[in-house]
Design a protein around this ligand. Structure first.
Ligand code: CDP
Length: 150
């Protein structure tokens, strides 16, 4: 279907940029370390600047979600990370994109804000009070569970 619609790349899950419906994936990291979740503060667009998100970005053609998310975390935060299981619901985005979160573990490095205004670690008790970007709010219950379980 993706190829028929003309905006898919290589179809099968896990090897391409689009899913079965031809949607491009944006992957975001639920990076938990020592019982706290990493958040990054957006610098743009104006309506999102100053708000906090799970760091990540668009998966490129030929990348698996794990590869693409690892690359984004290297570029944005200067860390090496291990991408694990999906977390929470998928969030439909405009322009045939879909946003998915993954549990991520820190392999090496200390996250620094290379493309964000700041980074911060939040505990489960702080999460409800953070000014998250609207798309990421759907993940709060799953993030609470992830932080509580660990
Ligand atoms: O860095 P790149 O251009 O690949 O991606 P991005 O601009 O950071 O994210 C692509 C889209 O996903 C934008 O519309 C972001 O607002 C959205 N996004 C989001 O809603 N929540 C996240 N945690 C990450 C991205």
């Amino acid at each position: 279907v993706a190829q028929q619609l003309g905006h898919g790349h290589d179809g099968p899950m896990g090897t391409g940029v689009s899913d079965r419906d031809g949607r491009r994936e944006v992957a975001a990291a639920a990076l938990v370390d020592s019982g706290r979740l990493l958040l990054a503060q957006r610098v743009s667009p104006p309506e999102l600047a100053g708000r906090w998100e799970l760091p990540g970005g668009k998966i490129e053609p030929g990348e698996t979600p794990a590869e693409g998310l690892s690359r984004e975390l290297r570029e944005e935060l200067g860390i090496e990370a291990v991408v694990g299981h999906r977390v929470g619901v998928e969030v439909p985005l405009p322009n045939e994109m879909v946003l998915r979160a993954y549990a991520v573990e820190l392999k090496s490095g200390v996250p620094v804000a290379l493309e964000h205004a700041a980074v911060r670690w939040v505990g489960v008790d702080e999460l409800a009070d953070v000014d998250l970007v609207p798309n990421d709010r759907a993940w709060v219950p799953a993030l609470v569970e992830l932080l509580t379980r660990g």
